[in-house]
Every structure is written in C-alpha cells, then in structure tokens.
Write a new protein. Structure first.
Length: 524
C-alpha cells in the first residue's frame, strides 16, 4: 500500500517537473522564434490587410479553438520527448536561410512552420503531435501564396469566369463578345478585374471547405471531393455574378451595376457558394452511406507509466535552445550581402540608339516606393517610321526580402493584361558576343497586343527564369556575398497593319543595339 502510494507520488512529481520544464521550454522557444521571424511576420500582417487575405486573421483563432477542443485528449496522451523532431527543426532553419538570402517571404513562412513543428515534436513526441496534426497543418493557411502565384491564379480565374459568363449571357439571348478578360456588351465594355476574379472567394472557401471536411463524418474520399469541388463552385458562382452585372449594365446602366450591387453581389454570391458546399455535404451523406466511425477518446495512461521526468527531457531542451540561439546570432550578426554599385548611373543611358530617338519616362512615386530599387531608367523610343519601343531597366544593389526583382509575368496580369509566355528566344550578337537568350511573351489587353522581351542580368549571368534568379541570389549570397542584379524589359506594339515577323525583327534589332550598351552600366 505504502509502496504503491510512493510510486504514484513519484510519477506526479515527474509529471509536474516535466510540465514546468515544458513551460520554460515553450517560453524560450517563443522568444527565439520571435527573434527569428518578427520582421517577416510584420510584413505578413501587412499582407493580411488586403481584402484578398482578410480571412487570414481568423486562422490562428480557429487553430486555438481546435486545440482547445482537443484539450482533454491532449492532456491524456503521452508526452515523450523525441530526437526525431530535430529533423523538421533543421529543415525549417534551412528554409529560413533560403528565403532570407533569396528574398522570398513564403519560403520563410513555411520555414517558420517547420521550426514550430520541430519544437513541438521534440518536446512532446510523435503520438501527441499526431493528435494535434490537423490544427497544426491548418495553420499553414494563414500564409498567402507568393505574389506571382496569386496573380497567375487570378488571371486563370478571370478568364474561366469570363468565358462561362459569356455562355450564360448568350443562353439568355444577349449578343456579347469576349476578348481576354473584357466582355463587350455592345456599347459598354465590362472588364473582369481582380475584384471579380474569384480569388477573394476562392481562398476563404478553400479554408472553410477544409474545416467542413474535418468535421464531416464520412469516408476520406468524400472529404477530398468536398474540398476539391471548391474550385468549380467558386468559378461558377463568380461567372454568375459577372453575368448578372452585365445584365444590370444593359438594363440600368454602369453606375447601378458597378456601384452598390457590385459590392452586395460579392457578399451574396459568397454566401450562395457556401450554401452550395452545404448542399454538396447533404448529397454526399446520402450517396453510398457507410459506417461512421465514432471519435474515440484517448485511453488514459497513469502518469507514473507514461510521463518521463525533467532529466529525461533536459538533453532535447538544451539542443533545441542551442540550435535556435545559434541561428538567431548568425541571422543578426553576419552580413551575407553588401551593396554593389553600378558602373555609372542609368540616367546616362543614351537617348539616341542607332535610328531610335528616345524620351525618358518617369515612374509614379507610389510605384517607386513599392519597388524599392536603387536605380532605374525608362525610355520611350521612336524610329523614323514612327514605330515605338519602350525600354525599361531596374537595378538593385542588394536584393533582400521585400526588395527584389519582380518578373513582368507577375506585374502584367495585375494591370489587366493577359500575359502569354512563349518560351525563350535566342538573339545572335555576333561572333565574339555569341547570343543573348531572353524570355519572349505576348501581352493582350482590350484590343491591344504587345511583344515583350525581358531578361535578368545577375552578376555576370543572363537568366530568363524567376526560379533561377532566386536560386542564384541565394547561392551568390553564400559564396560571393553579392545579391545585386537587374531586370531588362523591352516592349513593342504589334500593329494591325504589319505581320508578326516585322515586330519580331524590330525588337530583336533594337535588343542587339542596346545589349552592349548595358554592359557599360551593369556590374558583372
């Protein structure tokens, strides 16, 4: 009797000591986590202020609610410190450095999630982590995707919604014509901009559908079907919204259709989309009903059996703290890049290039504050026949997160253009210079069509891919302590009166003229 009482008392003391250690461990990890990621999370909060990502404010609260709902099970499950948790911790720190040196926020955010998983896994063990898996996985939804993914997704949703809306209008007997993301109603042009593209509903619907699937007591394939059906539901509902807006434009004019109704219809269509998901849940419940697995509570294991003492946890505590502290010191104490100046300011770029006479164009101050470059030049050239070419070069002496080169493939869709890339073009520069490889694309917007060439001069390399650019920024930061680089973009209209080969020859000839001139300005 006494012996058994002493055993239980020892287990409770071990449990109390371990929980005290876990509390201290959590406090230390949170402090080091904040030192690691505070600047990146400040930017994340700024992203959440955009209407597209307002839903992200609710994600941490939902996660806390889900964990609170599991508190009884979590408190009864074994707490068994594990060295395996060091693996995701290392991965998280590697992603942190990849994002930090390559200037990519999303990589840092995913790295922070792996650091969190590593800390939790190391302290509590796999069984506890498995029980809390869904809330921790759900936490990833608070990180918006990188800008180039969002813009490309927006463009695709615009085009699909526009096509479907036109079909709906034609079925109603209306004569309409679509060109890209613009719908011609016969006297009125309705442009499907980002606010109508569906992304503002698509992401929140995805998040809600995942939550609905989590609480939906059906086989896994039905849960997956519910989540994946969010994409067509979002597209159909937004196409309906566009079609209704077009009808009201025809009946009562643009002011009514694009005023209060436009904002109200967005909310209304979102609620309809949510209703469609609930209807789908009801149908899935009726189709092939199977046995529903009841949620089983975790079996309670006596603390003396399942809870190690503080000493058993001490090695993991010390190693994790040491790794995080070392990483914080390196990130704040070691400068992996320095600014590299231009050979000479881009303002000195010649306005007369062969038969082309140019005039400088100033960027809007708001655009300059967003891009945060060190130097740029924008020149509008015209030849003797009146043909036009726009030349733009931007330079960063040091690329860091939030201050790095953007691809035209990301910027064009955000300005209402349909951007169609058609691969890489090789421009011969002569026997000594070889050839210049550039990215080629066609941009279309409301009847306008432009041929676009662009490339990225990066510390002696000519790159044509954004992923290459990110990799070499990371690599050169480690090996050369340099992340400087430029983006060169050349645009010429494709006039209706000329063949495509003519505009192609024009832009290639101009590129051959300015390529050697750029070498006088950009460092290698």
């Amino acid at each position: 009797m006494n012996g058994k009482g002493l055993t239980v008392m020892s287990g409770n003391n071990g449990r109390s000591g371990l929980f005290s250690a876990l509390t201290l461990y959590a406090a230390v990890c949170l402090l080091l986590f904040a030192l690691h990621f505070h600047s990146s999370y400040q930017t994340l909060l700024l992203w959440w202020q955009f209407e597209d990502f307002n839903y992200c404010y609710f994600v941490p609260l939902i996660v806390l609610y889900l964990l609170w709902g599991k508190r009884a099970e979590l408190s009864s499950f074994p707490i068994s410190p594990s060295w395996i948790g060091i693996a995701p911790l290392f991965l998280g720190m590697a992603l942190f450095w990849l994002g930090e040196l390559a200037g990519e926020y999303y990589t840092i955010y995913i790295g922070s999630w792996f650091v969190l998983i590593g800390c939790v896994w190391t302290a509590t063990g796999w069984r506890w982590l498995k029980l809390a898996a869904f809330p921790l996985l759900f936490l990833i939804s608070m990180f918006p995707f990188p800008n180039f993914i969002n813009l490309n997704l927006t463009l695709r949703l615009k085009l699909i919604s526009s096509k479907l809306a036109v079909v709906m209008l034609q079925l109603c007997g209306m004569s309409v014509h679509r060109e890209g993301n613009v719908i011609d109603l016969g006297g009125t042009l309705l442009q499907v901009v980002d606010a109508c593209s569906g992304i503002r509903y698509f992401y929140p619907l995805i998040v809600l559908s995942i939550l609905m699937a989590y609480f939906f007591r059906v086989p896994f394939w039905k849960k997956a079907l519910l989540v994946f059906s969010t994409a067509p539901v979002s597209v159909i509902s937004n196409a309906l919204r566009i079609a209704l807006t077009a009808v009201l434009c025809r009946l009562w004019g643009e002011e009514f259709a694009l005023g209060f109704f436009h904002d109200f219809s967005g909310w209304f269509i979102f609620m309809c989309s949510l209703g469609m998901l609930f209807l789908e849940m009801w149908l899935l419940k009726k189709i092939l009903p199977g046995p529903v697995r009841k949620k089983q509570m975790a079996s309670v294991v006596p603390p003396s059996v399942r809870t190690p003492g503080f000493k058993a946890f001490l090695p993991q505590f010390m190693v994790v703290t040491l790794l995080l502290a070392t990483n914080v010191i390196l990130s704040h104490g070691v400068d992996f890049r320095h600014k590299t100046p231009l050979h000479k300011p881009l303002a000195g770029f010649p306005l007369q290039v062969s038969d082309w006479r140019g005039e400088t164009v100033e960027l809007d101050p708001s655009e300059r504050s967003v891009l945060k470059f060190d130097d740029y030049i924008m020149i509008h050239y015209v030849d003797r026949q009146g043909k036009e070419i726009d030349f733009y070069t931007v330079y960063y002496g040091s690329q860091i997160k939030g201050e790095s080169i953007h691809s035209p493939a990301s910027c064009y869709p955000g300005n209402g253009w349909v951007f169609k890339e058609s691969g890489v073009a090789a421009i011969p520069l002569g026997k000594e210079k070889g050839e210049l490889r550039v990215r080629r694309a066609i941009a279309e917007n409301v009847g306008e069509r432009e041929l676009v060439y662009y490339w990225f001069p990066q510390r002696g390399r000519i790159l044509t891919d954004l992923y290459q650019l990110k990799f070499y920024v990371f690599w050169d930061a480690l090996t050369r302590r340099r992340t400087d680089g430029a983006m060169v973009r050349i645009i010429t209209p494709q006039y209706e009166s000329e063949q495509a080969a003519v505009s192609e020859a024009r832009i290639q000839g101009f590129t051959r003229e300015i390529a050697p001139l750029l070498e006088q300005f950009l460092p290698r």
